[in-house]
Design a protein around this ligand. Structure first.
Ligand SMILES: Nc1ncnc2c1ncn2[C@@H]1O[C@H](COP(=O)(O)OP(=O)(O)OP(=O)(O)O)[C@@H](O)[C@H]1O
Length: 256
């Protein structure tokens, strides 16, 4: 049974995302998926994402990965396809925008339920040895199993910018504006590296009270910073769920 791409769900910097179905020998739809597609020559980031998703399998707070293949699409173009479970509720960004349009404020219970699911997902990603590096509402998928309180199931998605824990974050080099993810959800220190000094003090304190005494301070600093990166983005995301507004407002460099 082959996958059949039916229509475009959206687009990313690498290519397009399609809604796809698998039709069985009786002509019935056997499964559905979202397929991220890229010209094979520009598919490195998708191939890396596939490798990361393979290691993250089995967590119900991370989008499930069905596999990858190469097909010949539109006039003989070799295309890399990455198959994911389909999120019929779209992204958390859509959910926030729709709630705002209908002037529905999410209850504390709802916000807490969403924050819990995101934390469980992040915990799994960190335990598996990765830092997501681009947590934001547009990269969180919404599933349709709204419960009796009208709350949805959320899953982390889009691991195209993820890094290995301890691999060292770009901003640890001390270069301003060297962060990886979306600026509006990035920790301020990834832009200015000013706060790095204060994190060092915190780490020194933890070392002094006996934590991590056998680790080299540098390795500890990298690890601590890297995981903190996702937690800061989570804070911005949860605040946006609560208020309907982004924590930071974008102004182009001319205004700054
Ligand atoms: N598993 C999925 N189920 C349903 N829709 C999806 C799924 N994955 C992605 N989409 C939709 O496809 C669109 C593009 O998704 P994707 O995450 O690849 O792009 P992006 O994050 O906007 O781009 P980039 O990765 O280049 O920053 C989004 O609007 C998203 O809602």
């Amino acid at each position: 049974m082959a996958w059949k791409k039916l229509y475009v769900l959206g687009a990313g910097s690498y290519g397009k995302v399609y809604y796809a179905v698998k039709i069985d020998s009786y002509g019935l739809c056997a499964s559905v998926a979202a397929v991220k597609c890229a010209d094979i020559r520009r598919s490195i980031s998708l191939q890396q994402e596939a490798q990361i998703l393979t290691t993250l399998k089995g967590c119900s707070y991370v989008v499930q990965f069905f596999g990858a293949d190469v097909s010949i699409d539109n006039g003989n173009i070799p295309t890399y396809n990455l198959f994911l479970e389909y999120a019929c509720g779209g992204s958390l960004h859509d959910l926030i925008i729709n709630s705002k349009k209908r002037m529905i404020k999410m209850s504390e219970l709802e916000v807490g339920f969403y924050a819990y699911q995101l934390l469980k997902g992040i915990q799994h990603v960190h335990k598996t040895g990765w830092i997501h590096c681009d947590i934001k509402p547009a990269n969180i998928l919404v599933f349709d199993n709204a419960n009796e309180c009208n709350m949805h199931k959320l899953k982390l998605a889009d691991f195209g910018l993820s890094l290995k824990v301890g691999g060292g974050m770009a901003y640890m080099t001390g270069t301003p504006l060297s962060n990886r993810g979306t600026l509006l959800y990035a920790p301020p220190e990834s832009l200015t590296h000013e706060l790095v000094k204060e994190w060092h003090i915190l780490l020194e304190l933890r070392r002094a009270i006996g934590d991590y005494t056998s680790c080299a301070p540098e390795s500890l600093t990298c690890d601590f910073h890297a995981k903190a990166y996702d937690i800061c983005s989570l804070g911005c995301t949860v605040t946006e769920i609560m208020t309907g507004n982004r924590v930071w407002i974008y102004r182009d460099s001319g205004d700054l």
